[in-house]
Design a binder for this molecule. Structure first.
Ligand SMILES: [Fe+2]
Length: 295
């Protein structure tokens, strides 16, 4: 192993062990949140604690979505939560919405993202390439699919779990959780042990320390992180269809409420095929370039 890589692994292992020790430390304070029981309404299909795949920011990238769904199912995922931005940027808006709508019928949680909302309401804050992709999606989607997007909730909360696209603190403002302070505002508003967010297009886990402040942890893909329910956790699960950390591999997370652990994943897929579709659809070439390079 290269010495620098070996050193990086040692540092990451050390940080992981510190996090685990801190998280598992009994502490003198009493838990401020109810124990996680995952007793969501049966209408949501979430009535018992089973392995749940949390996917966000698919952005009309069918190749990336298919790879993540297969990856999750191979690992035993039984339930699914999609945290919004099904459309925008990519060339498979119709196919992605069709796939997610099928999961919704089977009980998946589906949340509205800012790109999904822009299909119906427009929005002046997108750059030219994003606006072009939204206009293209608006023409491509069926009326039923547009109605489906317009019907999606901004936030779903039940018992100690909260799902939202941006931040639980005023989700309609589409604020980014880009600091511990922003994560704290989100956790306070969510009033949940576990809050799952997208929007940032990166994978970050925030956890509450013994003093009630949020600390940031950068997860290592494929490593399960203990997430005991006496602390609050805000998990930013990354982007399936347009990661922005110079790694094109699709990102998502698996939450195991029975074992109380969370695993972030990166899934390599045929990004060249997704980029090729973007170019052939006549969408801005910069969008293809971003998918290929993960930027
Ligand atoms: Fe997004």
């Amino acid at each position: 192993m290269h010495p620098e890589w070996e050193r990086a692994c040692e540092v990451h292992l050390f940080i992981s062990m510190c996090l685990i020790i801190v998280a598992l430390r009994p502490g003198s304070e009493r838990p401020r949140y109810r124990c996680f029981d995952w007793t969501l309404p049966s209408s949501l299909g979430l009535a018992c604690p089973v392995l749940t795949a949390v996917l966000s920011d698919i952005h009309a990238n069918l190749e990336a979505l298919t790879a993540c769904l297969e990856h999750a199912q191979e690992r035993g995922a039984k339930r699914f939560a999609f945290l919004g931005d099904l459309v925008g940027y990519g060339a498979d808006a119709r196919e992605v919405v069709e796939t997610v709508a099928r999961y919704a019928v089977a009980g998946a949680v589906v949340i509205r993202g800012n790109h999904d909302q822009a299909i119906e309401k427009g929005g002046g804050y997108f750059n030219d390439a994003a606006r072009a992709a939204l206009e293209w999606a608006r023409e491509t989607l069926t009326d039923d699919q547009k109605s489906f997007l317009a019907s999606l909730p901004l936030l779903v909360r039940h018992e100690t779990v909260c799902f939202v696209h941006a931040s639980a603190a005023a989700p309609e403002r589409w604020d980014y959780i880009d600091s511990s302070a922003a994560a704290k505002r989100c956790a306070d508003a969510a009033d949940a042990c576990y809050t799952f967010c997208g929007h940032v297009h990166d994978q970050v886990l925030y956890f509450e320390n013994a003093h009630g402040r949020m600390s940031q942890f950068r997860p290592f893909p494929g490593t399960a992180i203990p997430v005991p329910n006496h602390r609050r956790w805000v998990a930013i699960v990354g982007s399936v269809g347009q990661p922005r950390d110079r790694n094109p591999a699709a990102a998502y997370a698996l939450f195991d409420p029975a074992e109380k652990n969370l695993t972030f994943f990166r899934v390599p897929y045929d990004a060249a095929a997704a980029a090729d579709k973007i170019r052939r659809s006549g969408l801005p070439g910069s969008l293809a370039y971003r998918v290929e390079l993960g930027i």
